[in-house]
Write a new protein. Sequence first.
Length: 366
Amino acid sequence: MRARPIQAFCRRQQGLSLVELMVALLIALILTAGVIQIFLGSNQTYRFTEGASRVQENARFAMDTLQRDLRMAGYRGCTRNITSWLNDTSGTEWEHILGGPAVTGWEAGGTAPGNLFALPGTASWSNGTASALPTAINNDGNRIPGSDILVVNGARVLDIQPSASQPQGSVISLTGPNGLPGHSIVLAVAGDCSGGDLWQKQSSDSAANLSRGSGGSPGNWPPAGTPFANIHGGETQILSFRSTAYYVRTGASGEPSLYRLRLDPRNDEDWQAEELVEGVESMQVLYGLDDTGNRTADEYVTAAGVSDWESVVSVRVALLMRSPQEVNNEPDTRVYNLIGTRIDPVDDRRIRQVATTTVAVRNRLP
């Protein structure tokens, strides 16, 4: 009789042991933590890059706008042979519109070069000629202390096309509506720059002409039907005069923003505010003065140091820009140098950058 071997009944292990499970969970946690860390790092990098890009984009746009207007400051058209039809016996309207300063401005209190100004600070403004702030800015309760105010004066060529052939009269026919507010001061310059006519238009903004009649202030010399001094046709340029003010105030989103206000140079109550770009915490302006008569800047001073605005031949502007969101890991405790003025912003986690430019006032150069 043969003995049969006894076979042991062995069961295969199913699932994981407690130790193996703990090891697997630990590995999973490590991997998950790594993925989260990479995600957070990428997200932080993205937010920082986006914030820096916004700051640079806003600074570029603001500077381009300021440079364009400053270069054209004091522009009066391509001729100095201008006949004025304005009913102005004293000559003050003519002098104010055609012979006024190319730029003016006001210095924010406590922001002269060498000073330290902590935002938000206390509001005050002054200039060397002791002139008051424009009415609309003075009444604006949202303007931000610590920023200068810059006003650019001059003419701009309008997108208005006179008809090609027309008789010499007191009305200039156009190919479409003139689009100008009533009683605007306009300048028509002949295509060959031989001369121009300055008057206060009487036609409505929807009229396809620019007429010179009676009405308005100061109005025009009678009789209304006297022909213009120059022949105007399809090559004639139509210009209007305006002042443009730049200043910093709280914008629609609650961010400090650079604002532009346009007005009729004869009435500063007609200002219309326009938000240009947000994220501008401070604007500092210096004016290049020609002290020797050679039409180059011999020194740069604040608006409070300008006694004769006609001597300004260049303008230096610095903007302190900030990102819309707080994207830095640590608070920004730095003090920023804006063309000599030290600006100390709030210690938050926003990205900041200083943009600076110097612009020659072309119409004040030889």
